[in-house]
Design a protein around this ligand. Structure first.
Ligand code: ADP
Length: 247
């Protein structure tokens, strides 16, 4: 599970970079679409006009390339389906059970058959695996990871809240402030891409991630996702663009 997760984190990061790049590329190319008109308006010289056509053709082709790159990356975001949380929790537990260190318990509180959400199954599973693996790694002396979910209401909107709680080493405020910075890691073999990848996925559904932690007191991550099905997934790359995502 861990190797697979590393691979998907890298792919995810690559998709983010590609989306960011194609976004920037389109902006950079914008003037090429305008300059030829200016040249045409100011010059009768056929050579200059021909030059304008060449420039504008480059601009158009560049735009097309940037668009198809963005489309390709977007296509990598597969379909949504109704994901039953109890089922998903059991799958996550099954994936991790074989590699639990001695003394680490993995408990799920099954939220009941009725609790589910329309998202991409793999994306949500990857998010929970990331959080659960972090939780396991935070308990070198053993402890318990607990996975649970509940329905919530905020300002008239319905959410599901998924909690991944551990009884591990916890984090000080400084570490908490850097959690979602790409490549921030305190582990010798860490990538620092796990949480930023979770955040990107959750925010693409209009959701949010919160953390409660203190040194020695364990950590609880809360993932909130709106239940309303009309939130469209956003394009990846926004996280790169302003460092925190759009919301
Ligand atoms: P990585 O796991 O590769 O380090 P992440 O982005 O998943 O990357 O996590 C970044 C850092 O956040 C970790 O290195 C660790 O310091 C801290 N962290 C994440 N989850 C927990 C947790 N449950 N308990 C304590 N620290 C955590």
């Amino acid at each position: 599970a861990e190797r697979e997760l590393l691979r998907s984190q890298r792919l995810d990061m690559l998709a983010m970079l590609a989306a960011g790049l194609s976004h920037d590329l389109r902006n950079v190319l914008q003037p090429l679409l305008i300059v030829p008109d200016l040249l045409n308006a100011r010059s009768e010289d056929p050579k200059i006009r021909r030059l304008g056509e060449v420039i504008s053709e480059c601009g158009r082709r560049g735009h097309e390339m940037a668009d198809s790159m963005l489309q390709f990356v977007r296509g990598a975001r597969a379909n949504r389906e109704h994901v039953q949380l109890t089922e998903l929790f059991r799958a996550v537990k099954l994936l991790l059970q074989g590699s639990l260190p001695r003394g680490v318990e993995f408990e799920i509180e099954a939220p009941g058959e009725s609790l589910g959400i329309d998202v991409n199954y793999t994306e949500l599973q990857q998010t929970l695996l990331n959080l659960a693996l972090n939780a396991i790694q935070a308990m070198p002396n053993g402890g318990t990871v607990r996975l649970l979910a509940r329905a919530e209401q905020h300002e008239g909107q319905e959410f599901i809240c998924i909690e991944v709680a551990d009884t591990g080493v916890g984090m000080d405020a400084q570490t908490q402030a850097k959690l979602f910075t790409p490549f921030f890691t305190t582990k010798s073999a860490g990538t620092g891409l796990g949480l930023i990848s979770c955040k990107r996925i959750v925010e693409s559904y209009g959701g949010s991630i919160a953390v409660r932690s203190a040194p020695g007191a364990g950590t609880t991550f809360e993932v909130r996702l709106p239940l309303s099905p009309d939130v469209l997934p956003e394009e990846p790359g926004e996280v790169i663009a302003d460092g925190r995502g759009r919301r």
